[in-house]
Write a protein of this length. Structure first.
Length: 308
């Protein structure tokens, strides 16, 4: 069922496409220019109703789907962010169509940017793709302005040559580093070093009072600082309560939770494992000897046949 979230920009509202929008979409595509890059023009009302029906039957990942683009309550376009029907691996593909009467005002850019940010930031997608016809220079320029990279070409959608573009997440706004002051560096390195190593972090820096591990653009520091004002960490006091880290699967969460006790970690909320955070949240909660808590969260959709 098509049920993506509503997105708002300065001038536009992107909301889920509904059956009630069919007549408005028919009106949009009555202009042959709206489907000039399609293999088959969509000026025929019956074809448009069929297209709307296919979009309404979308049954893909949550948060994706098909939107109408509204300005001041008027439907002026159509957009989508959903697994590609053309590219392998179900990669998420972005597309948009805007009425010519509203062109030249930056509205298509505004709508596409909202969808791109929703995908990369809101949904945490590792990439967003776009297929643009070789002859559609305006749309190629638009996606380039949004940071998409041209990675090749091919025949797609039965309508001839297309350019293939991809957008990747930016480091803007992401965590640069996390720093933990610890009472005993050796103990901290035993527990944190083992766990972070298991999760793909690699040692980054080392100095007499501390050590750090890096994963992508983010690094985590444990340090016995000379400015330390106490010897105990209280996760229930104001300040850091815990760190939560993604784990690739439920099986891997189970494995790490089992092995963690050999590396200075103790289970928390064991009587409610693995759903202490809720029925649909598969995670292990661990505490090390210095009172620091970590939550290991299975990525959504992994090992879906497993109980719990």
């Amino acid at each position: 069922m098509n049920n993506p979230p509503e997105l708002k920009t300065e001038r536009l509202r992107l909301r889920a496409l509904t059956e009630a929008d069919a007549d408005a979409i028919i009106g949009l595509f009555a202009d042959p220019a709206m489907s000039s890059h399609f293999a088959v023009p969509l000026t025929e009302p019956d074809r448009i109703r069929e297209m709307v029906g296919r979009r309404l039957s979308y049954d893909g990942p949550a948060g994706m789907g098909h939107w109408v683009i509204e300005r001041d309550g008027e439907v002026i376009g159509l957009a989508h962010l959903r697994p590609s029907q053309e590219l392998p691996g179900d990669v998420p593909e972005l597309g948009y169509y805007l009425a010519r009467a509203h062109g030249g005002q930056g509205l298509a850019t505004e709508a596409a940017k909202a969808l791109l940010e929703h995908g990369l930031v809101g949904l945490g997608l590792s990439s967003v793709w776009a297929l643009v016809g070789e002859s559609n220079v305006a749309s190629q320029n638009l996606v380039r302005r949004l940071g998409f990279l041209d990675v090749g070409g091919g025949d797609h959608y039965g309508s001839g040559p297309h350019r293939v573009f991809v957008a990747l997440p930016s480091d803007h706004g992401r965590a640069h580093h996390i720093e933990l002051w610890v009472p005993d560096l050796g103990r901290a390195e035993e527990s944190w070093g083992w766990l972070l190593g298991e999760l793909g972090w690699r040692e980054f820096q080392r100095w007499p009072a501390g050590v750090s591990w890096k994963h992508g653009a983010t690094y985590l520091v444990v340090e016995r600082s000379p400015a330390l004002s106490g010897e105990e960490h209280d996760r229930t006091a104001p300040g850091l309560n815990h760190l939560a880290l993604h784990v690739e699967s439920r099986d891997r969460v189970d494995e790490l939770a089992s092995k963690a006790v050999e590396h200075g970690w103790s289970p928390l909320f064991a009587d409610r494992y693995p759903n202490a955070g809720g029925d649909h949240h598969y995670a292990a909660y661990l505490e090390n000897a210095d009172g620091f808590e970590v939550e290991l969260v299975a990525l959504p959709g992994t090992d879906v046949t497993r109980p719990g």
